[in-house]
Write a protein that binds this ligand. Structure first.
Ligand code: FO1
Length: 309
């Protein structure tokens, strides 16, 4: 079994590759839920939805989030009535959030609702939220004020420097059912190329997860989301620097060295393999820019082989 710790877009691309080289019944995604936000009475879970939409082929490929073939009538109505709706929710996407919010209100757990969504979209792999309890990424701006993750990422277009990140509620959060087993039973655990701070960070912060990974460190492998010092998409590079860390494969290796024995780095960073080894993590060089599902499939094959060798 392959267990993949996942955030949003980069992880969904990686999982697409993994599912081309591994039977879906042998793949479990453990997904970040700290991006979640309650908006207009709806529980929105961006990383869960990006993984499910991408793997079921209904993702809007240009945006990397939300559904393809969207319409925006409900949002248009909200705005026409005078609400400052800064988070773009398409009509079909709202249907998805209504489904989740309705079932949560009926008392289903977050992981039960997620399993219903994955099954309704025809996924063969398991999609587990890292926790059924609410965790909320809170970002402290350099100005000192603290705001919610989506305020930072969408309303401010992450175009502001930060000085801190915390995961509110994580101390009371427990791994969702199946998460610790999916880690312990995996032949290989992969940390997907997601934002190490706000996508993978909350997953590792849930009680018991980092310990479960550390206990099998040599069979875990991460794929660096940073290539030649930059993130492929999103603010991961800036966030690392603004938090006083190095925006490089070495900075990523430092973050993950307690939980993985191997870091897969792009060919552009081959010269840094020694520096990665110096922080105690084995570097494996491979093409990590997933420009197509076939490239993602070859990456997944190399990632799993890197641990099995
Ligand atoms: N990202 C944006 O940049 N702008 C948006 O308006 C936006 C809306 C949105 C709606 C549903 C959803 O599941 C995701 C959405 N995202 C949007 C992406 C979201 O901010 C994710 O948290 C990021 O992609 C980081 O994971």
């Amino acid at each position: 079994m392959i267990t993949v710790l996942a955030g949003g877009v980069g992880a969904a691309r990686y999982l697409t590759g993994q599912l081309l080289v591994t039977p879906a019944s042998e793949v479990t995604a453990v997904v970040n839920v700290a991006d979640d936000v309650e908006l207009h009475g709806l529980h929105v879970s961006p990383d869960i939805d990006t993984v499910i939409y991408t793997l079921s082929g209904v993702i809007d490929r240009d945006r990397g989030w939300g559904l393809a073939d969207e319409t925006w009538n409900a949002l248009g109505e909200l705005r026409a009535l005078g609400l400052d709706a800064w988070f773009n929710l398409g009509d079909r996407d709202i249907g998805n959030h209504l489904f989740r919010t309705t079932l949560l209100r009926e008392g289903l757990s977050f992981s039960e609702v997620t399993a219903r969504l994955a099954s309704a979209r025809g996924l063969g792999c398991r999609v587990l939220p890292v926790s059924d309890q609410r965790i909320e990424t809170r970002v402290t701006l350099a100005s000192g004020c603290e705001i919610g993750f989506q305020d930072y990422f969408v309303r401010l277009a992450h175009d502001v420097p930060i000085s801190g990140v915390r995961f509110a509620g994580v101390d009371d959060a427990r791994p969702a059912p199946g998460v610790l087993d999916a880690i312990a039973a995996a032949d290989v655990v992969v940390i997907a190329p997601s934002n190490p701070v706000v996508s993978i960070g909350p997953v590792l912060a849930v009680r018991g997860v980092a310990e479960a990974l550390a206990a099998r460190r040599e069979r875990n492998v991460a794929v660096s989301p940073i290539v030649a010092g930059a993130a492929r998409k999103g603010p991961a590079d800036r966030m690392l620097r603004e938090l006083g860390e190095e925006s490089s494969v070495v900075g990523v290796a430092r973050r993950y060295r307690d939980v993985v024995g191997t870091l897969v780095i792009d060919e552009a960073d081959a010269a840094l393999a020694g520096a990665v080894a110096d922080v105690g993590v084995r570097a494996v060089v491979a093409p990590t820019i997933m420009s197509s599902p076939e490239v993602a499939a070859e990456l997944a094959r190399r990632v799993v082989a890197a641990v099995r060798s």
